[in-house]
Design a protein around this ligand. Structure first.
Ligand code: PLP
Length: 465
């Protein structure tokens, strides 16, 4: 073994100040650093611990300038074994958090995450703006939910019920479930994050699909795990592609069913097949944010599959059909063991009182909900046929939005259509980040907005709507 090689399996710690790298074996390592290591490169033993690696060494490479992260924050590099000259091909990034730097540095991978960009809200200079970019309901919340929200204002000095019992019981009553299998969250986004926090660790893999909801990727990376993205078929989740990507490292699979921004769905037979063929230690997350809108005999939101298995969870939201996006209300239906694990790490009061009581009132008002569903169904059909009539392709949607594909012709592409519509006050969602470079997603809006977009797109394409 040469002077720069470490014993395989050695525990080594490293820290540096500014650009000085200090290497020291971490107690109680039985593998002291070989004499002479570091000396050759000005490294000196004797500092306190920073990195502990069981079969590798790490060293800061001050010369690395290949990415913005490296330039902004000193980054350490990991050498599996052997010669650890900076620049050695075996170098790869290690957790910079574990290295002493001149300023706090986020954990490895955090700065690689592209932050979520919500749907646009403004159309500068336009008097009347219709926001059709976030799949919000045009009908608002049930008046009963609004009354419950107002009533919550009377007791703002009190902590909310940390178990959200009223909401869990209301959800359970409407869906015929046991409240013990329900966990509520600050939007389903929170629950997706908690699931990753609890079931993923660095080195694990989680599978998402090509056009999957961006929050999955953010949360998987946030947990330090690796994202494995598989192809969809005709903008629809492909169970075979998911199964082909499973490895011993796979710990989670995320499916939005129906999908966002595609609006397509996977029949329950396919979901069952997926569950059946996945290893039983893999958590299958069925994100059914748009389930209330679906009217298809072969669709099932996930309740049935969760009830029959130990490794499936379903997430739902009050942000869409129930019109409570501002309050952040989501829920999860899952085996009690999974609920228990998430309960241990969630914020003790993750749901606020207004969200709990407005959510409960909203789900009890199923008459209002069904009106919202009927309004949506009518407009999904009308929008789809109107856009097809002016020569646009639309992915068939079972949700409250449509994915519209534009011609690949100068002046007629999605980006130009987006500008044109925005100038008229219609804000749609560009979906490049979801793998649709020449498409826009439009949420069903109020009648005047829907008619307005149809007319404006007809004008944009030079065809009568
Ligand atoms: C597929 C999907 N899942 C989850 C969410 C997040 O919902 P929530 O508002 O409950 O966090 C959305 C919101 O757009 C969504 O489209």
């Amino acid at each position: 073994m040469g002077p720069d090689e470490g014993a395989p399996g050695a525990l080594v710690s490293l820290s540096f100040r500014l650009q000085t790298v200090d290497v020291v074996p971490r107690a109680p390592s039985p593998y002291p650093l070989p004499e002479g290591r570091g000396g050759a490169r000005g490294l000196r033993p004797g500092t306190t611990d920073a990195v502990a690696l069981d079969d590798s060494f790490s060293i800061f490479d001050p010369s690395a300038t290949d990415n913005p992260t490296t330039r902004q924050n000193p980054v350490s590099v990991l050498l599996p074994q052997g010669n650890f000259q900076p620049g050695h091909p075996a170098f790869s990034k290690v957790d910079p958090m574990s290295v002493e730097t001149s300023k706090p540095v986020p954990r490895a991978g955090i700065l690689d995450i592209a932050a979520y960009v919500p749907g646009k809200e403004h159309a500068p200079g336009v008097a009347r703006v219709y926001k059709l970019s976030s799949n919000e309901t045009p009908l608002g919340a049930s008046p009963k939910a609004i009354a419950a929200y107002r009533a919550a204002a009377e007791t703002l000095e009190r902590y909310p019920d940390g178990q959200a019992v009223e909401l869990r019981e209301a959800i359970a009553a409407v869906h015929g479930l046991n409240p013990a299998n329900i966990l509520c969250g600050n939007g389903s986004d929170e629950l997706l994050g908690l699931l990753c926090h609890v079931y993923l660790a660095p080195g694990d893999e989680a599978i998402i699909t090509e056009h999957g909801f961006l929050v999955y990727k953010i949360q998987i990376m946030g947990a330090g795990a690796d994202v494995v993205t598989v192809k969809e078929k005709d903008a629809t989740v492909d169970v075979d592609a998911i199964l082909a990507a499973v490895t011993p490292k796979t710990k989670m699979v995320f499916i939005a069913n129906p999908g966002n921004p595609t609006g397509t769905y996977v029949p329950v037979s396919e979901i069952r097949r997926l569950q059946n063929e996945l290893p039983k230690n893999v958590v299958l997350v069925l994100d059914a944010a748009y389930a209330e809108y679906v009217r298809r005999n072969d669709y099932e939101s996930g309740i049935e599959v969760v009830s029959q298995n130990q490794n499936v969870v379903m997430t739902r939201t009050f942000s869409k059909v129930y019109g409570l996006a501002a309050l952040r209300v989501g829920w999860m239906y899952a085996p009690v063991e999974i609920i228990d694990a998430l309960n241990r790490v969630r914020g003790p009061f993750n749901m606020n009182s207004a969200a709990i009581s407005a959510g409960a009132a909203a789900i009890r008002d199923q008459a209002f909900t069904q009106e919202a569903v009927a309004f949506n169904l009518m407009w999904i059909d009308k929008l789809t046929s109107a856009f097809e009539a002016i020569g646009l392709k639309v992915t068939p949607s079972v949700t409250n939005f449509v994915l519209i594909h534009f011609p690949d012709i100068d002046g007629k592409r999605a980006a130009e259509a987006d500008d044109f519509l925005t100038s008229r006050g219609y804000i749609l969602r560009a979906v490049k980040g979801y793998g649709f470079a020449n498409s826009l997603r439009m949420s069903v809006g109020p009648e005047e907005a829907n008619r307005g977009v149809i007319e404006a797109l007809g004008e944009f394409l030079g065809r009568k709507a």
